[in-house]
Write a protein that binds this ligand. Structure first.
Ligand code: 2RA
Length: 328
């Protein structure tokens, strides 16, 4: 199996390599690609040194079987179709193809690819960690409405975000965010649309509906950047169709693959970003009724945005494909 990883020198790309190794994804050949600027670096992986190659159109036409892509939307728009045309299945972490009708948008615990196209989109990190607990609630109770408020780590902005937090702590002015993130919170992730929503909020709204296959679901979102290095936290307010109780919700969530239930407030036990960082699971807790609306519940979750929110989910999609095809 010929595997390519595009964006291998970035935060998510390097996490993808970690997960490929940890999950023993079986490849015969591995090629690491990057932009011209980062090409030439040597990365040691599974006892071998790999020189990172510049991704060009000619290279993308080579016969790869699978491509893990984490190099931004413009690079994906340019190269993913070329890889696809050359016969590869591309799993793309950018937002470039997510909302295209013929493109699968996949969270393996939630939905399966139809593969009308050989480009599979990895959802936005905060969406991924939210639909994992939502899926069993949809199946058990039906879902009418979700209101998200996110508390997103700066590593979601890559090294530039981490730099603004770390240097901001020393008094440096921000270079990546419009305002200081150190000792502050920014209700602004990605760009503002004309309606006052940010692109990040629109992603959560649109992607949730697509992944859950609930086009009429009422969804809203407020996405906030917080001075945390890793792990996103999400507060969800969910209105269910069938009558439910906190205990019934806990029971359903406790059976969902990929979820760790942490919900014992009498002992100050609830999901924390510091606990989900480095872990594969989505941590869920603080489940309680929202008495301002009928049959509505508050749910809190945390997850490592670079793992389940990006690299792990992408490799899980690859792993599922390989298993389905008898290649793993
Ligand atoms: C962020 N979800 O957190 C976006 C992209 N990773 O910045």
């Amino acid at each position: 199996m010929k595997l390519a990883i595009v964006g291998a020198t970035g935060l998510v790309g390097s996490k993808m390599m970690e997960v490929v190794e940890r999950k023993a994804i079986p490849f015969d050949e591995l090629t690491l690609f990057s932009s011209k600027k980062s090409a030439g670096q040597v990365i040691s992986f599974k006892g071998r040194d790999y020189e990172v190659q510049e991704l060009t159109e000619a290279r993308a036409e080579e016969p790869f079987d699978y491509v893990l892509m984490s190099a931004g939307g413009s690079t994906s728009l340019k190269f993913s179709p070329i890889f696809e045309q050359a016969g590869a299945v591309v799993i793309d972490n950018s937002s470039a193809f997510r909302m295209q009708g013929d493109i699968d948008l996949i969270v393996p615990e939630v939905n399966k690819p139809k593969l009308n196209r050989a480009i599979i989109a990895n959802p936005n990190c905060s969406t991924i960690q939210s639909v994992v607990p939502l899926k069993p609630l949809v199946e058990a109770f039906g879902l009418k409405r979700v209101a998200y408020t996110t508390y997103q780590a700066v590593s979601g902005s890559g090294l530039a975000g981490l730099n603004d937090l770390r240097e901001g702590a020393k008094g440096a002015a921000p270079t990546n965010y419009p305002h200081p993130i150190y000792n502050n919170v920014l209700p602004h992730i990605d760009v503002f649309q004309e309606d006052g929503y940010t692109k990040e909020e629109v992603k959560m709204i649109d992607e949730t509906k697509k992944i859950l296959n609930l086009p009429d679901l009422r969804v809203t979102a407020t996405c906030v950047r917080v001075p945390v290095e890793d792990s996103h936290s999400v507060a969800m307010d969910v209105t269910l169709e069938k009558p439910a109780t906190v205990d019934a919700i806990r029971e359903v969530l406790s059976k969902q693959e990929g979820i760790v239930l942490v919900d014992d407030v009498e002992n100050n036990e609830y999901p924390l970003a510091i606990h989900s960082t480095g872990r594969d699971e989505v941590f869920v807790g603080r489940i309680r009724t929202d008495d301002s609306l009928d049959n509505t519940f508050h749910i809190w979750c945390t997850a490592d945005n670079l793992l389940k929110g990006a690299a792990l989910n992408a490799v899980q999609i690859l792993e599922a494909l390989l298993k389905e095809r008898g290649e793993a």
